[in-house]
Design a protein around this ligand. Structure first.
Ligand SMILES: [Zn+2]
Ligand SMILES: [Zn+2]
Length: 255
């Protein structure tokens, strides 16, 4: 699998970019940093979008992407956006409502809109990729995802606090290639991390202990709050755990 990290930060600041991953050039996971990172030609190649939850740092570029697709005049086919029913309802009610942004689920026509919102029950197949949604502990109805092809699986935690079901699933995977795990705060801010249903460095260590197998699989930490990024990195470095890697916006991974 080819993974382009368009953005992997837990907020926006000069040099930091909200979350978006482009997988095998056609599947977009999250839409925090898309339109400023991809050329129009690259944006036109996106065939499907999956979203973990409806917080703005994960969805904002859905708006600008729709605008580009519409104005490109390329007659782009409708792009399905997959997530849980509740998150799709959030998008429809609060973003694509004709006030914050036009209702791109009806434009340019009901028969041929820019986006179609499709709820994901558990598993779906998108070309060569299988996508499985797992409930995690964050805003209401937030999801993590397991994405797999014939060679193996990668796991994205999405935004989450301490969680269980995701690790139960991870423990059943035979061929895990990489794990992408959020860490938003340094250890000293465990209270804020808990209140906002995120992980701190301290709780990341506890979460990792729930993984029973795959001792050498790399764990890419992402969604660091930009203001605390250096502090979090320093704390991670002190742990001397080579499998923990801080993910950087703009990187390209082949797994
Ligand atoms: Zn977030
Ligand atoms: Zn969030």
């Amino acid at each position: 699998m080819k993974i382009r990290v368009l953005g992997c930060d837990g907020g926006e600041l000069k040099g930091y970019f909200p979350v978006a991953f482009l997988i095998n050039d056609h599947l977009l996971f999250e839409a925090g940093s898309v339109t400023s990172k991809l050329s129009l030609q690259e944006q036109l190649k996106i065939k499907e979008i999956i979203i973990s939850h409806s917080h703005l740092d994960h969805i904002k570029d859905l708006c600008f992407l729709a605008d580009n697709l519409f104005l490109s005049g390329a007659g782009h086919p409708t792009i399905p956006i997959y997530s849980s029913e509740a998150i799709l309802t959030d998008l429809k009610k609060n973003i694509f409502n004709g006030i914050i942004w036009p209702d791109v689920t009806k434009i340019p026509s009901l028969e041929h809109p820019l986006y179609q919102l499709r709820s994901i029950k558990s598993t779906l197949t998108l070309s060569e990729l299988k996508v499985e949604a797992i409930a995690v502990t964050h805003s209401h109805a937030a999801l993590g995802y397991i994405i797999s092809d014939k060679k193996g699986a990668i796991v994205f935690s999405g935004d989450t606090g301490p969680t269980e079901e995701l690790w139960e699933k991870v423990n059943t995977l035979k061929n895990l290639k990489a794990l992408f795990l959020e860490v938003s705060f340094p250890s000293g801010l465990a209270d804020i991390a808990w209140a906002s249903r995120h992980l701190s460095v301290e709780t990341v260590i506890r979460e990792i202990k729930k993984i029973k197998h795959h001792p050498t699989v790399p764990i890419y930490l992402y969604h660091l709050k930009p203001v605390y990024a250096q502090k979090i990195q320093a704390e991670i470095k002190k742990l001397h755990m080579p499998r923990l890697k801080i993910l950087k916006s703009g990187s390209l991974l082949h797994v």
